[in-house]
Design a protein around this ligand. Structure first.
Ligand code: GLC
Length: 689
């Protein structure tokens, strides 16, 4: 059951699109929360010891969110340390794992705090920043059931084209045509599979959206076509801010039509991001949204079929007004004998200019006739930027899937695109953070997602990249990305690149399974990645697992994420078959009984755990998804009597094309039979009871 309560006059975020079966109920929430309301609303509940809380999508800390205080406020913060409260997304959905579990969704486009037993060890407090929102309470048989009901009301998720399941290589930046071609060539030379190379901000002319710097990319269309003929897609970045520059069409049209966000006096609001002084398109205005979205055509006309939307929290380096204040502070203190606090204040006057609350409060939107302060709707700005692209791309490329993902997000945007997990670091702990965000994001509808593999900030190391790839091969979005000034971390830049290449090849072998599970999770409103606690709610060991995940109905994954480790402890929640890949082609298998095990996993190995009577479909690796032969499937599994797998098949690009193929495998007297001529058992791959 889903109950909805309206508080005040909520702004429609369009997170929820299907109200079938949702009951508007005036007092149901009072059974769950103690409510105090003033200018903010506080919802409080006492949690018994041991009750876990799941959800919050993209956020720091554990799979079980208990013990920390989080804040939903889309933030451009590249240091994802444990003490942070907000990342780029605002995903206000949690499930409380009480004996009778229930879910809560706070649909508010502004700030909201989730204190999950932080201030007080037994109190959950949800504190909204204003009084206008919808509160949803979702009850159900199990956590999975609650998530699935929630996913139904927020609607189906964005599904990428098949090529977006391939390996993607990014860097800030490949600054010119030659360097882009080199990335493609190096991969092809070493036969490291590759489906995409990225263009970061330097492809543009002075960082102006929908322009190309011709001195560096003299013929982008030709480059795009050449790469595509080799199965490689070029994916440019689009930033939210539009450069202020006379003669720049996007800027001039935006000013002429009043499409930019305003200040309190109705003047265009001036901030600064990469291009210097910029204005932000008012994505909350439907006309502006369509206008900006149709600009993507400039690039699709050159053959581009993938985009990443960035800086759309929106990230603000400084505003004109903020800068004026900072200068005034300097003038004021100049030549005076200031104490240490005065000095700190001087220092902070510049360092605290970025993403300041004052700037967000000084900006205004025209929500189709209604003037709204940005601060109140901050969390749906990035969502609407990406919506603008998604809606236009549907029109520009009818019935064709486009790769699209965003940095900032709110629930609802999951229907338009995927997200990447933002500017992480080349830290071991961020492998684990990548893993932990997968199920929480799935709960909120974000299925196509992944982290910058190898880490964005800081220098990566070979062992870190290998271990991260061993998790990354399961991320639907598998992209290696690194920041300006850091070590080059493309696979071919490390010693013994063939060992890294083997990881990527294994990813391509797994695509039949991953693509099927991704699409099935969407079709059936399920989670592709789940905490063990969701599948084994009565198992106290499973409940405590924070570093393993269930992947689809067949698998469990347990990557190594510690430096110098020779393996790791794994909790096996039921008898499973350990398949340890030594390379993409060779593996050993071992039956494991339910319980705790230490598994040795070398730097170039990947463990996968298959349930009994389940099979993992694989195909042969290829240098790009285009070259994959997905009609020739081999199977690995543990079959006691009969295993069945629904392989999802489609043409990989048309929105309307869908299909499913059922693989059944039966074993009698140690003999194995498959139901289709194209499916065969991987040598030594099926283990019998
Ligand atoms: C932001 C993005 C990052 C990108 C950089 C330059 O930090 O998150 O991925 O490389 O901007 O565009």
């Amino acid at each position: 059951m889903i109950y909805r309560q309206k508080f005040g006059e909520p702004i429609e975020t369009q997170a929820v699109v299907n109200l079938n079966g949702v009951e508007d109920c005036s007092d149901k929430y009072l059974e769950y929360f103690k409510v105090e309301s003033g200018s903010k609303v506080s919802l409080r509940r006492t949690l018994k010891d041991g009750v876990a809380v799941y959800g919050l999508g993209e956020s720091t800390r554990g799979i079980n969110k208990r013990g920390w205080s989080y804040q939903s406020f889309c933030s451009d913060d590249p240091l994802h340390t444990e003490d942070k409260r907000s990342l780029y997304g605002a995903h206000n959905f949690i499930v409380i794992a009480e004996e009778k579990p229930f879910g809560v969704f706070v649909d508010i486009p502004g700030k909201v705090d989730f204190d999950i037993c932080f201030k007080s060890c037994d109190t959950l407090e949800i504190l909204t920043d204003d009084r206008d929102f919808y509160l949803y309470i979702i009850t159900g048989e199990s956590m999975k059931d609650i998530v699935s009901q929630f996913r139904k009301i927020i609607g189906k998720s964005y599904m990428p084209p098949l090529w977006a399941m391939g390996y993607q290589q990014c860097r800030w930046s490949y600054p010119d045509e030659e360097s882009v071609r080199k990335v493609a060539d190096e991969h092809r030379k070493l036969e490291i599979p590759l489906d995409a190379v990225y263009l970061d901000i330097d492809y543009m002319e002075s960082f102006k959206d929908f322009t190309v710097d011709k001195s560096k990319f003299p013929d982008l269309q030709k480059l795009t076509e050449d790469l595509k003929s080799d199965g490689i897609h070029l994916v440019p970045i689009i930033d939210a801010g539009v450069k202020i520059e006379d003669g720049y069409e996007v800027y001039e049209q935006g000013v002429e039509n009043g499409y930019f966000c305003k200040d309190e006096n109705g003047e265009n609001y001036v901030t600064a991001v990469w291009p210097g002084k910029t204005m932000f398109p008012d994505f909350l205005n439907s006309e502006a949204r369509r206008w900006f979205g149709m600009k993507y055509k400039y690039l699709t006309d050159m053959g581009i079929d993938g985009f990443w939307n960035d800086m759309n929290e929106p990230a603000i380096f400084y505003s004109e007004k903020g800068l004026e204040k900072a200068w005034a502070n300097i003038e004021d203190k100049k030549g005076k004998n200031i104490d240490l606090y005065g000095f700190f204040d001087l220092r902070d006057s510049f360092s605290k200019l970025a993403n300041s609350e004052d700037d967000y409060r000084a900006m205004y939107h025209d929500m189709d006739g209604k003037r709204v302060n940005h601060y109140k709707v901050h969390n749906i700005y990035g969502y609407n930027m990406t919506r603008s692209a998604a809606e236009a791309l549907d029109e520009i490329r009818p019935n064709k899937k486009t790769l699209l993902y965003s940095r900032a997000s709110y629930i609802g945007m999951h229907r338009c695109s995927g997200i990447w997990m933002g500017d992480n670091q080349s830290w071991w702990s961020h492998i684990l953070l990548n893993l932990r965000m997968l199920p929480s994001l799935n709960m909120c509808g974000f299925l196509y997602t992944g982290a910058d593999l190898g880490g964005f900030g800081g220098n990566s190391t070979r062992d870190l990249v290998l271990r991260w790839l061993a998790l990354g091969i399961f991320n639907p979005l598998m992209r290696n990305h690194s920041a300006l000034g850091t070590r080059n971390q493309e696979c071919y830049n490390f010693e013994r690149p063939q060992e890294l290449a083997e990881m990527v090849r294994l990813r391509y072998r797994l695509i039949p399974y991953l693509y099927s599970e991704l699409n099935k999770a969407n079709d059936n409103y399920t989670m592709m990645f789940r905490p063990l606690a969701f599948d084994y709610p009565d198992d106290k060991f499973a409940q405590a697992v924070e570093d393993q995940l269930m992947l689809g109905d067949e698998l469990m994954i347990a990557p190594v994420y510690e430096q110098n480790a020779i393996g790791r402890s794994v909790y096996v929640p039921e008898d499973m078959l350990l398949v340890l890949f030594d390379s993409s082609e060779s593996f050993t298998t071992r039956k494991l009984e339910k319980g705790h095990h230490f598994i040795q996993v070398g730097l170039t190995q990947v463990p996968v755990f298959i349930k009994k009577n389940a099979v993992l479909p694989l195909c042969k690796s290829a240098i790009s998804t285009e070259k994959l032969n997905m009609s020739e499937i081999t199977i690995i599994g543990w079959v006691e009597d009969r295993a069945e797998y629904k392989l999802y098949t489609d043409d990989g690009i048309s929105v309307s094309n869908k299909g499913e193929k059922l693989i059944t495998l039966s074993a009698e007297n140690g003999e194995v039979g498959c139901d289709s001529g194209n499916i065969r058992v991987e040598d030594g791959g099926v283990v019998f009871e």
